[in-house]
Design a protein around this ligand. Structure first.
Ligand SMILES: [Zn+2]
Length: 411
């Protein structure tokens, strides 16, 4: 028996006027997923328990069978695990997003956040931004004084580590939930005002260094958003998760483009499979992910395939892209994968779901219940119907997302 988890990140949504009042899942043409839904079970699940943040950092923990209320200590330690960045006790890790702020020399606090990803900056462009900061005498001195470093990454998602730091007294705000808003009220704040100021000062200084820096101007000249700022958020301290094999009796692999999903897998003792050209965006290497999933299924009984594109499209305000990402999840991943499993006469149980809602209306996350689909290749439930938010609401309700794996493994 093979156990497969397929996550369409941020697929679930609320009805959208531009789609005639349908949600993207209702609007998208997903015949394979719908046929699995017709023969399986569709219900609704809470993956982001209150009062924790609504996002993949809690939702994917739930999906991997770990109660976020018990295990969540912040997002960035999970991402650190994916890049082999070892946190020692006393270290705190942070996301240091490369962001695009309103250009110009107006006061920093008055600028708006244009993009949480600096227009999906990646590759050398992203490495150049961190290099520009690290080579700036004033910025690097400030970083040293703060006992911090920024780990360069070829994406908009570098991590920062601060030694001897307890971040619990500072409130950090995720940039993707405040696109288009003025920065001032969103800067780190909280009862540990001195620590909050360290981070806010670094963010302000980074903007000063980057605003007219050649690496920023180069992107602007290419018609792209310049990464003229950094944004600290997702603070967390070192964490441990229970071993997956001890719990479910098998090893497994995680295929994803994003460090968060990989990191949760690594902390669970699962193999992290990287796919060349997997970008976390609509242009990701679908076929590469398909082959990696198929290869992992030969090696392990448990495989998780994660597709970030629907979430990123929503954050980017790209509704057409979101619908396309959902349709490609169906036609380029789920369809060929289930066809191969069927052709190989492999029995399998599949859990397919959106980890959390990402709302077209706000371009931000939402912690409402999301629909899940559970399918067993040996059984036709005769349920009929499709995979949508509404179908989920009419099906079995799972109050704790961390119990989904038990359902998948029939525990
Ligand atoms: Zn997201």
């Amino acid at each position: 028996m093979k156990y497969l988890v397929v996550i369409g990140d941020g697929m679930a949504d609320n009805p959208v006027e531009a789609l005639g009042g349908k949600t993207p899942l209702e609007y998208a043409d997903i015949p394979t997923i719908d046929s699995l839904a017709a023969r399986g079970t569709v219900g609704s699940v809470v993956n982001c328990p209150k009062p924790l943040p609504a996002g993949s950092e809690t939702a994917i923990l739930s999906i991997f069978g770990c109660d976020p209320l018990k295990h969540f200590s912040g997002r960035s330690p999970m991402e650190a695990a994916a890049i082999g960045l070892r946190l020692v006790p006393g270290d705190a890790a942070f996301r240091c997003n490369l962001v695009a702020l309103e250009p110009g020399d107006q006061p920093y606090e008055e600028k708006r956040i244009l993009s949480h990803s600096a227009g999906s900056i990646a590759g050398q462009d992203a490495l150049d931004v961190v290099a520009a900061l690290n080579s700036d005498p004033e910025f690097s001195a400030a970083l040293r004084a703060a006992d911090m470093y920024i780990d360069p990454s070829p994406s908009f998602r570098p991590l920062a580590v601060k030694h001897h730091c307890d971040p619990s007294g500072v409130c950090f705000i995720p940039p993707h939930d405040h696109l288009g808003e003025v920065i001032g009220p969103l800067l780190p704040s909280g009862k540990d005002a001195a620590l909050a100021k360290v981070f806010a000062d670094l963010m302000r200084l980074a903007n000063r260094v980057l605003e007219h820096h050649p690496v920023t101007e180069k992107r602007r000249a290419e018609g792209k958003l310049g990464a003229n700022g950094i944004w600290f958020w997702a603070a967390g301290t070192a964490m441990q998760l229970p071993d997956f094999r001890e719990e479910y009796g098998c090893g497994g692999a995680v295929i994803s483009a994003v460090p968060l999903c990989h990191g949760i897998g690594v902390l669970r003792g699962l193999e992290m499979v990287e796919v060349e050209g997997a970008t976390g965006e609509i242009d990701t290497n679908f076929e590469g992910k398909l082959e990696a999933t198929w290869a992992s299924l030969q090696k392990y009984d448990f495989v998780c395939l994660h597709l970030e594109a629907p979430d990123e499209c929503t954050h980017n305000g790209d509704l057409k892209g979101k619908v396309q990402a959902i349709e490609w999840l169906d036609s380029r991943l789920v369809k060929p994968l289930t066809e191969r499993l069927d052709a190989a006469h492999m029995d399998y149980r599949l859990l397919l779901l959106s980890d959390h809602k990402t709302l077209t209306a706000t371009r931000g996350h939402d912690g409402d219940p999301v629909p899940y689909l559970l399918y067993d290749s040996r059984i036709d439930s005769g349920r009929g119907g499709v995979y949508t938010e509404k179908a989920g609401e009419n099906g079995p309700f799972v109050a704790h997302g961390c119990e989904l794996l038990h359902l998948l493994f029939e525990r």
